[in-house]
Write a protein that binds this ligand. Structure first.
Ligand SMILES: Cc1cc2nc3c(=O)[nH]c(=O)nc-3n(C[C@H](O)[C@H](O)[C@H](O)COP(=O)(O)OP(=O)(O)OC[C@H]3O[C@@H](n4cnc5c(N)ncnc54)[C@H](O)[C@@H]3O)c2cc1C
Length: 410
């Protein structure tokens, strides 16, 4: 099928507009997805409505339950869906990172088992990558999977797994060979999150959120067909997953269903704040708002340009780090500006109360997340300099030596 055979974007948009009006609940005033426990059954319910209406999995192929349409159709749907309650909880990582990776790297059985299930709202996915010893050096992980006849036995621990408590399956990277250099002894598994031997602990953050989890694996038995890609070639799968993660965090994924509230808020939140605090005529405040607006406009253009360039091969997949980096810079700029405008009330006000209408203080604390999630800002800069600009590689004492011989500790 060529794009000429597809329904036009205009016709799809018009159908979506009518259908959304008749079927989706309007978003409550000041709607902001909280990621609390109640969001999960609700997200599954909303996704089921989208699926029944024929508006789920817009860019996923038809053979796996999607609509097989283009990112332009997805963007049109997203624009129309603003103002409605949407299953935002499923956007990241279920659709845009995990299902996208399974689509690219999974076996036919894995694709048929999991992609239709997530599109129908029956399955939630998460990522088991980072470990307590550090997430930037992902290839240095020490969770191990050992072969035992036809099965694998998993032991170790993962951390910072977003929404693992609410998920059904996870993409989990583990070491399966300790006698080769670190990138070459890893295998990716698609495992049930609540398998016997998995203990999940939730992590409470200073802002009250407990979206993150730590998992402990004690002799978890996984079948041979849980392997995604090839045994000991998990780095290839993880690289694809990280590509989807950077693109998703940067805002360029075609696999999301509906809008995602921006971290750090919208530019009109800054305008509201300036108006409410009587600072609309203050030159410094106007400059901040202007800069935030300019950054958001550049970000949108950059997402369109880089996503298209990666798709056509004009830019390598590593260019996703440009989106990831610029997104973090934009969020930091905007949350800093909000705090400058709010002044002391941004810290002392109670979130949600009149004097702190945009949760400025909370956003300021949470801005750290945009500089870490999807790989840190420093790692994004490393990738851009080494992989896109061709600058010399960073010194690494563990390159090309068997992982077992890598010196650890001081
Ligand atoms: C919102 C959010 C969601 C997340 N979701 C998940 C998830 O679902 N699953 C999952 O597995 N993980 C998840 N993470 C974890 C995330 O992948 C890690 O936080 C990230 O990779 C950094 O790892 P770390 O926190 O262990 O920091 P470290 O790797 O310990 O790094 C600490 C600091 O040192 C810097 N640094 C490290 N190495 C270098 C270097 N070579 N050059 C320059 N600077 C360096 C880092 O940039 C960072 O500032 C999430 C994190 C956030 C914030």
């Amino acid at each position: 099928m060529t794009t000429d055979d597809l329904e036009s974007v205009e016709s799809f948009r018009a159908r979506a507009r009518t259908w959304l009006k008749e079927n989706m609940p309007p978003a409550p005033d000041g709607y902001r997805w909280q990621g609390d426990d109640a969001s999960w059954p609700r997200a599954r319910e909303l996704q089921k409505i989208l699926y029944a209406g024929g508006f789920a999995g817009i860019c996923f192929p038809k053979e796996y339950g999607g609509l097989g349409l283009t990112p332009a159709h997805q963007r049109a749907f997203t624009e129309e869906s603003l103002g409605y309650e949407m299953p935002l909880a499923l956007n990241v990582p279920t659709f845009s990172i995990c299902a996208a990776t399974i689509l690219d790297m999974g076996t036919e059985e894995q694709k048929r088992a999991h992609i239709p299930a997530v599109i129908k709202g029956e399955e939630v996915l998460c990522q088991f990558l980072s470990e307590p010893n550090g997430g930037s050096d992902l290839a240095g992980l020490t969770t191990r999977a050992e072969r035992d006849g036809d099965t694998w036995i998993l032991n170790g621990s993962k951390i910072w797994s977003t929404f693992a408590f609410a998920a059904d399956y996870a993409l989990c990277l583990a070491r399966t060979d300790w006698d080769v250099p670190k990138h070459r002894g890893l295998t990716m598994f698609l495992m049930p999150v609540h398998a016997e031997g998995v203990t999940i602990q939730r992590i409470k953050q200073t802002n009250g959120s407990d979206e993150f989890c730590q998992e402990f694996f004690e002799n978890v038995v996984l079948p041979a067909d849980a392997v995604v890609g090839e045994v000991n070639d998990g780095w290839t799968v993880a690289s694809r997953q990280l590509f989807h993660e950077r693109t998703a965090v940067g805002g360029g994924s075609p696999y999301t269903s509906g809008a995602r509230p921006r971290s750090g808020g919208e530019v009109h939140d800054l305008l509201d704040l300036a108006e409410r605090t009587g600072q609309l005529d203050d030159l410094r405040v106007r400059e901040d708002i202007g800069e935030a607006k300019a950054m958001r406009l550049v970000e949108e253009q950059m997402i369109a340009r880089v996503s298209q360039a990666i798709k056509t091969g004009a830019m390598p997949g590593h260019a996703g780090s440009l989106l990831r980096l610029f997104h973090a810079e934009t969020v930091w700029m905007q949350t800093d500006a909000a705090l400058r405008i709010a002044g002391a009330v941004g810290v002392t006000g109670e979130p949600g109360r009149d004097q702190d209408p945009t949760d400025v203080g909370e956003d300021f604390i949470y801005r750290q997340a945009s500089g870490l999630g999807g790989g840190s800002t420093e790692m994004a800069r490393n990738i851009i300099s080494e992989r896109l600009l061709g600058m010399p590689r960073e010194q690494a004492a563990d390159r090309d030596i068997p992982f077992r011989q890598v010196k650890t500790g001081r």
